[in-house]
Ligand binder design. Structure first.
Ligand code: ZN
Length: 72
């Protein structure tokens, strides 16, 4: 159902790419346009999310190994 569709926010990054904001964490796009990894992946966080090609939330995989990185 779409009624509880999570809010995904796509914002431009400083380096010209796109960052995805979801549930008070930021995600970076991988080579696959539908998979986004937590921006703290380099710290060992394995949480990732899958979206459709047009930016609709599909699912999240795993859990963060840290508190939410964003205030809002
Ligand atoms: Zn994370």
């Amino acid at each position: 159902m779409l009624s509880n569709q999570p809010v995904l926010q796509f914002v431009p990054s400083k380096r010209g790419g796109t960052i995805l904001i979801y549930n008070r964490n930021s995600f970076v796009q991988t080579s696959s346009k539908v998979r986004w990894y937590c921006s703290k992946k380099f710290r060992g966080c394995r949480m990732r999310i899958v979206v459709t090609a047009d930016g609709q939330f599909v699912t999240e995989i795993g859990e963060h190994n840290h508190p939410p990185a964003l205030i809002q």
